[in-house]
Design a protein around this ligand. Structure first.
Ligand code: 2BA
Length: 108
């Protein structure tokens, strides 16, 4: 079994979630914040059998758009705090997926 940790743009999270559950995946959704832009994103925890991992990744890839967002160069330190702040275009997404081996699962 694998644990997928998928970080997805908030705007894609509803469709990613519904597409995964429709295909039979069990999903836990966390509200998270990106450390660079300091804006909300969504992290999914997905426990999946090895043979279904490719399908889960395919769904996440298909439903997560690449976009750009305009931000300050000093986003990571707090927007507007510096005099030399200026807007900057940053690419975001589609999604980043970490795949971890799961040693054991207990459900009580
Ligand atoms: P953020 O940390 O808010 O990053 C948003 C976007 O800003 C990133 O898009 C990337 O294009 C840019 N960026 C991030 N850190 C940067 C830095 N130190 N210098 C310059 N540009 C930087 P994505 O790569 O698509 O990441 C989207 C979100 O996914 C991230 O939000 C973060 O929450 C998560 N993420 C991405 N890579 C990660 C990683 N290796 N570990 C943990 N979380 C990650």
């Amino acid at each position: 079994m694998k644990l997928l940790i998928a970080i997805v743009n908030n705007d894609d999270s509803a469709v990613v979630s519904s597409s995964l559950t429709r295909e039979g995946f069990t999903v836990t959704k966390l509200s998270t914040t990106g450390g660079f832009l300091m804006v909300g994103n969504t992290t999914f925890l997905i426990g999946a059998e090895d043979e279904t991992v490719a399908k889960a990744k395919e769904i996440i890839k298909e439903k997560s758009r690449k976009r750009t967002t305009v931000t300050s160069t000093t986003s990571g330190f707090g927007t507007g705090l510096r005099e030399d702040d200026f807007e900057n275009e940053v690419p975001v997404g589609g999604a980043i997926v970490f795949t971890l081996n799961v040693e054991d699962v207990d459900k009580f």
